[in-house]
Write a protein of this length. Structure first.
Length: 430
């Protein structure tokens, strides 16, 4: 087989996955390969996969089958190979590389070319430090830094924990070096990401996220830090420190803290390590110290054995707490998890609850976002979508910027909010 020159990549899932694709592309570019945006012209394809939800998994399976029409090697990377290798092995011209081997992408390609590919070589568990390595950013304004791999959770519905493995925190000095390099190369927005950022350091018996964030904030330059998802049980022991850190002008006032259910009984069934009261306490304390903070949360509806009263409790907690972002979805039984073996809720009931929740959710967000009408302030332009610049204010609100200028990317500009919607605001430069 000829050595490929043109490589197509496609990414599904979280910001860590996005960063892992950036790393693979960086390694390939350094070795002389070119990455392309059209699968039809590629010599080889890489799909970086996710198994958080069933619909995503099905979408990836369909995409693999679709790409097979080009009769080119398809490398399936990420979480799916770790937990679905038997199913993937039934597909033609497919090669697997797991979550702990992203930096072995070159070796994999050469093994495929020379006909010596052995699957087990690329699906072993090992500690791979995913910082201070070559990468090609998807967005030049945003620098994504992973601080750890895996988690300490035992959630009954989660397949990702089997793919990622146990928590492995990266060295603090390496993380700082990685972020410093991103800043030197022009990044203005720094994303801190992992399966649970608040767990950083716990594999070594220490709660080190506050110390890490303080060191990041000491770095020179004008930039903003967004901390990704943190589980409530790991936020509680560092809550006061985190609140003080979030007061820094370099921190986005954005807290992603999953609730999953408003029923303690369901949380126990899920094997989550916190109560609804813990979630409410954390949010209330953050809001008291930083009133403008954006609260993002996640909800799973129609979990096995979720009764009507459990659903009502979730509905009521969300309505009471008024989070600014609610990522909600119907429960999906993932083969290989404990929850998938439980008695499932009737699909009609699940759909009815989702519709009821969605109606409340839309009304809540429309009302909340209207309060931003007329707001004036500074934003960071960090993206370009659908012929529009996208910006974020200090609370990480998504703002479409109306402007004829084409030189706004990565710049801080003053705007006024002139329009609101469910999921975004619209601003004009002033």
């Amino acid at each position: 087989m000829k050595t490929p020159q043109l490589i197509y990549t496609e990414t599904f899932g979280c910001s860590a996955n996005r960063n892992n694709t950036e790393i693979m592309k960086g390694i390939l570019r350094q070795a002389g390969f070119d990455t392309v945006i059209k699968a039809s012209i590629a010599d080889m394809m890489i799909l970086n996969t996710c198994v958080v939800k069933g619909p995503t998994e099905k979408k990836i399976e369909r995409r693999i089958l679709d790409l097979q029409r080009f009769d080119k090697p398809i490398i399936v990377a990420g979480c799916m190979p770790e937990v679905r290798s038997k199913e993937l092995n039934k597909m033609n011209n497919v090669y697997l590389i797991g979550t702990h081997h992203y930096q072995d992408i070159l070796n994999l390609i050469y093994d495929i070319v020379k006909g010596r590919y052995k699957q087990e070589k690329y699906l072993t568990k090992k500690n791979e430090i995913k910082v201070c390595v070559p990468k090609i950013r998807q967005n030049k304004t945003t620098g994504i830094t992973q601080i750890s791999e895996g988690c300490l959770g035992t959630c009954n519905y989660c397949l990702t924990r089997f793919a990622k493995g146990k928590l492995f925190s990266y060295p603090r000095e390496k993380i700082i070096e990685n972020i410093d390099k991103d800043l030197d190369e022009g990044c203005k927005e720094i994303w801190i990401t992992s399966q649970d950022n608040a767990a950083y350091g716990l594999d070594n018996g220490k709660r080190e996220l506050p110390k890490l964030l303080k060191e990041i904030l000491k770095l020179e330059g004008k930039f903003l830090v967004r901390v990704g998802m943190m589980n409530p049980n790991n936020v509680l022991p560092i809550l006061d420190e985190l609140i003080e850190i979030y007061k820094s002008e370099k921190m986005f006032k954005f807290l992603h803290i999953p609730l999953q259910s408003g029923s303690d009984e369901v949380l126990e069934e899920m094997n989550r390590f916190y109560s609804v009261k813990d979630f409410v306490y954390i949010v209330d304390k953050f809001r008291k110290a930083i009133p403008e903070i954006t609260i993002a949360t996640d909800i799973i509806l129609a979990y096995p054995d979720e009764g009507r009263q459990d659903f009502v409790k979730t509905f009521d907690v969300i309505k009471k707490m008024q989070p600014d972002v609610v990522n909600f979805s119907k429960y999906w039984a993932m083969k290989g998890t404990a929850a998938a073996e439980e008695k499932q809720i009737d699909v009609k009931i699940a759909i009815k609850r989702a519709k009821e929740f969605a109606k409340m959710h839309v009304e809540m967000l429309m009302k909340k976002n209207k309060k931003w009408l007329g707001w004036e302030g500074k934003v960071l332009v960090d993206d370009w979508k659908n012929e529009n610049f996208i910006a974020r204010n200090n609370t990480y609100k998504q703002i479409i910027v109306k402007s004829k200028r084409r030189d706004l990317m990565g710049k801080f500009v003053d705007i006024k909010i002139v329009e609101t919607s469910v999921n975004y605001l619209v601003g004009e430069i002033i």
